[in-house]
Design a protein around this ligand. Structure first.
Ligand code: NDP
Length: 331
């Protein structure tokens, strides 16, 4: 049946300006790292994209290596776009990345111009797109001169294969250098994608300040710490949770009694605020206006609908913030 997006899709989502750019992003974006590979149920993946779009989540984040197998998330997303979203391309922000191992030999990894240009060409073919909205360098490369990597990003924009560029997993110092180079080349850095959640707070040690000073947006990935910052692991490990269904990047060893105690205390505080822990974890990030969007993953459509409830309350009292810090620091 032909997909008809909801006419209400722009009614509840909030959109935030991404740094100093002309682009606004939905406060919540959807990532395709998990649940979109060939190992997953295609109709569920399709439903996730439909549910997101119906609720104003019009930004979809991919990478060359998402799957498994690597590349299959882009292929499946391409199928979904072709089937359901062909006439809605101009309402969507589609991102992809290159920077991790993708193919054999010296040109399938890291940050050379050779790798980035070839990889994006492959991604566009897999997704059957003419261009992506954002192309990221996925991780810093200690060996390739930063000038070459940034020149490659600039080239890709000039070739019309991406409208904007971003960087991911760069620390504050590396970010300042990259952003400065891109500015000199005339292709400003749109956005930075760091790992940032209540459990991973390195971005607070200078990175967020650099991004603010330089007018670059910020989209934290794994804002729910892959599902740990929800109530799902409080009473055991559900069969349909990432620990069981994937187990590669999140496994039982991450769910220690100490961690569970922290999660339980955070859950209690969330309930006192009238939220679930998943909502509080997202709204805690969104309380900071430097955060342009939070980049969630979802295995079920209901999770997307649920996570959007975080937008109902993104303010915290000083006391609540202090309690959260105390819980996280085990005080
Ligand atoms: P999250 O921290 O949001 O974790 C998502 C998982 O949490 C879901 O798959 C689901 O797991 C669970 N979940 C989500 N919503 C709810 C809810 N409302 N209630 C209960 N459980 C919920 O993000 P991800 O780790 O998936 O990362 C998000 C995106 O970030 C990726 O898809 C990717 O685009 C990007 N990313 C970027 C990286 C980079 O290096 N730049 C690295 C990693 C990710 P379950 O399966 O248990 O149901």
């Amino acid at each position: 049946m032909t997909y008809q997006p909801s006419l209400e899709r722009y009614k509840t989502m909030q959109y935030r300006r991404c740094g100093n750019s002309g682009i606004k992003l939905p406060s919540i974006s959807l990532g395709l790292w998990h649940n979109f590979g060939n190992v997953n149920d295609f109709e569920n993946s399709r439903n996730l994209i439909r549910t997101a779009f119906d609720n104003g989540i019009n930004h979809f984040d991919l990478a060359n290596n998402y799957g498994p197998p690597p590349g299959s998330a882009e292929e499946n997303f391409g199928r979904i776009i072709k089937q359901d979203f062909k006439t809605y391309r101009d309402e969507m922000i589609i991102s992809t990345k290159a920077g991790y191992t993708m193919w054999d030999g010296p040109y399938g990894d890291w940050g050379s111009k050779k790798y980035l240009v070839s990889s994006l060409d492959q991604s566009l073919k897999r997704m059957k797109l003419d261009y992506v909205d954002i192309f990221y360098h996925h991780r810093p490369d200690p060996e390739t001169p930063l000038e070459e990597t940034m020149l490659a990003l600039d080239l890709i924009v000039r070739q019309g294969k991406a409208l904007y560029v971003g960087i991911s997993n760069y620390n504050a110092e590396q970010t300042l250098k990259a952003v400065t180079l891109l500015k000199q080349l005339g292709t400003p850095c749109l956005i930075h994608q760091p790992k940032y959640s209540m459990f991973v707070r390195d971005s607070e040690n200078g990175l967020l300040d650099v991004l603010e000073e330089q007018g670059v947006g910020c989209i934290p990935f794994s804002p729910l710490a892959q599902g740990l910052l929800t109530d799902k692991y409080l009473n055991g490990i559900p069969k349909d949770s990432r620990v069981v269904t994937s187990g590669q990047f999140l496994n039982e060893s991450h769910i220690t009694p100490e961690k569970l105690e922290i999660i339980s205390k955070l859950n209690n505080l969330a309930n006192q605020r009238g939220q679930k822990l998943a909502h509080m974890a997202l709204s805690w990030l969104l309380r900071d206006s430097r955060v342009s969007s939070v980049l969630i993953g979802s295995s079920k459509s209901e999770q997307i609908i649920d996570s959007i409830k975080a937008l109902k309350n993104t303010t915290f009292s000083d006391e609540e913030l202090q309690i959260i810090n105390n819980i996280l620091n085990n005080k």
